[in-house]
Design a protein around this ligand. Structure first.
Ligand SMILES: *[C@@H]1O[C@H](CO)[C@@H](O)[C@H](O)[C@H]1NC(C)=O
Ligand SMILES: *[C@@H]1O[C@H](CO)[C@@H](O)[C@H](O)[C@H]1NC(C)=O
Ligand SMILES: [Zn+2]
Length: 485
């Protein structure tokens, strides 16, 4: 039973659909293809490198911000926590130091803006998030904020800031990770205008609503003011975000920066398998309806489909989505629980989650259809009952092709300033992780630059970006501002 990628039957398996909208050192590990060879050589080659701001100051600010935490011993900075408020103040000072006019909105987003020659021209927005996960690294989010501020500081120092043709606004978003309210992109989604006012009523683990938390921090956190956070599309020219890759592709290519093609779409499922609970010693194997063994088979099926979708799906030759699906499909069972969970009891019920992502939305639906049909077959054969609930959906978002070309040439300018007249293909990557850019794409055209990180590791204190790569990111943002804004 195979489904076509280009023609999809209605998804009958969807039992309930709770759709939430959106959703150092200077030595680089030189490989044969590494375009950068460390600080000393780079200085000998290039001009206008602004090492002092784009590398040294940016790296020290990343360290400083990485210490602003709600707990001792590791980094945790969730939405509007005391450490988040301290971090916002620090970022605001850095923005002012770069010549920007600053304010904090009722959602806790920190803004820094320079008008350039025409204050009413559509503005370039740049930024990333200031919140973190629990036991986070110091580059996720912070790098995008700091590289934008550093590049603007160079424009200030070189007296080009007031000559920008478009206003430029850096925004440090208050929430992207969604740790506190289990709802991602609170900061950027409010500015993009895709956060429903009802969100003010969601509550955190302590039972406090978003509105109450906002009221603690600012005056005027009313529903009216919340709705007014939305930027008018005609007032905005585009959005650019620098972010660590959080994956291993750039490191294996030996290249510090890459341009993002798009952000994968995502579906989260909850699967509940119910069988017959019983005594581990007395029920013969032939008479069991064991939901744990069934869940194991379902999980292995998921892995097989996602590893080799071409063996499970049929498609028309002229269907263009096939390749992007096969290159980008990733599936994960990250959470599993069972009842009653005792070593001498055949479980009565097993529940697990599925996180499924792909660059192609139609392809993702095809995989979901095929997956659920095969899962129900397995459940029938094993005489267990299965319920598959669809908990979350977000469509894939493509980056703007013109902005991406401009960022690509800005990255190449950065490489050449640092390493001479190198000829490199700037890698083009898909993002499997969500970013603020995903929300901002609802407001304006969007482009992203990824920065190489060690081992592809993120959401961990082991997260690391070389000082020289921070420098390359700053130079690329600077080149983009100088040439296109
Ligand atoms: C400034 O930008 C606005 C909005 O794009 C435009 O209407 C106006 O003509 C511009 N002013 C100048 C002096 O270029
Ligand atoms: C939040 O909940 C209150 C009380 O249930 C309700 O009156 C109000 O309309 C809700 N606000 C929004 C924006 O949905
Ligand atoms: Zn991030």
């Amino acid at each position: 039973m195979a489904s076509s990628l280009c023609f999809l039957p209605f998804l009958l398996f969807v039992v309930s659909s709770l759709v939430s909208s959106s959703s150092s050192s200077s030595s680089s590990s030189s490989t044969a293809t590494d375009v950068l060879h460390g600080g000393e050589e780079a200085e000998a080659v290039g001009h206008d490198l602004h090492r002092e701001y784009l590398r040294d100051e940016a790296a020290s600010r990343l360290n400083e911000l990485g210490k602003v935490s709600d707990v001792n011993g590791y980094l945790e900075r969730t939405f509007l926590s005391p450490a988040s408020v301290r971090a916002a103040n620090v970022i605001r000072q850095w923005m002012e130091d770069a010549g920007l006019r600053t304010w904090v909105d009722i959602m806790g987003n920190v803004h820094g803006r320079v008008d350039g020659i025409n204050a009413s021209a559509p503005a370039l927005l740049m930024g990333s998030h200031l919140d973190t996960v629990v036991d986070a690294g110091k580059f996720d989010g912070a790098l995008g904020i700091i590289s934008a501020i550093s590049a603007l500081k160079v424009l200030k120092v070189t007296e080009k800031l007031e000559k920008l043709k478009h206003p430029v606004e850096v925004i440090a978003f208050s929430d992207e990770e969604g740790v506190r309210f289990q709802s991602t992109f609170l900061g950027s989604a409010a500015i993009a205008g895709i956060l429903p006012a009802a969100t003010l009523n969601i509550s955190d683990k302590s039972g406090r609503t978003l509105q109450e938390v906002l009221n603690d921090n600012t005056v005027g956190a009313t529903e009216d003011n919340f709705i007014k956070l939305k930027y008018q599309p005609e007032s905005v020219w585009g959005y650019v975000e620098v972010h660590i890759e959080q994956g291993p592709v750039l490191e294996s290519a030996g290249i510090p920066l890459g341009v993002v093609k798009g952000i994968a779409g995502q579906t989260r499922l909850k699967v509940t398998v119910s069988g017959s609970q019983g005594h581990a010693g007395t029920v013969p194997m032939s008479m069991r309806r064991d939901p744990m063994a069934a869940a194991a088979e379902l999980i292995v099926l998921l892995e097989s489909i996602c590893k080799h979708p071409q063996e499970f799906l049929s498609y028309d030759d002229d269907c263009s989505s096939v390749e992007s699906l096969f290159g980008s499909l990733v599936c994960t069972v990250g959470e599993i629980s069972l009842w009653p969970s005792a070593s001498n009891v055949i479980p009565g019920q097993v529940t697990f989650t599925i996180d499924l992502r792909a660059m192609d939305d139609v392809g993702r639906e095809a995989v979901l259809y095929e997956l659920s049909a095969r899962m129900y077959n397995i459940c029938d054969r094993r005489s267990v009952s299965c319920v598959i609930e669809r908990k979350h959906d977000a469509n894939a978002v493509n980056c703007d092709s013109e902005l991406s070309l401009q960022l690509q040439s800005a990255a190449l300018t950065a490489f050449r300033k640092m390493a001479g007249n190198v000829d490199v293909d700037v890698p083009k990557l898909m993002s499997g992780a969500g970013h603020d850019a995903m929300a901002m794409a609802h407001l304006t055209k969007m482009g992203m630059l990824f920065v190489r990180c060690r081992g592809g590791i993120s959401h961990s204190p082991a997260e690391h970006v070389l000082d020289d790569d921070i420098w390359a990111a700053g130079l690329a943002v600077l080149a983009f501002l100088e040439n296109h804004v």
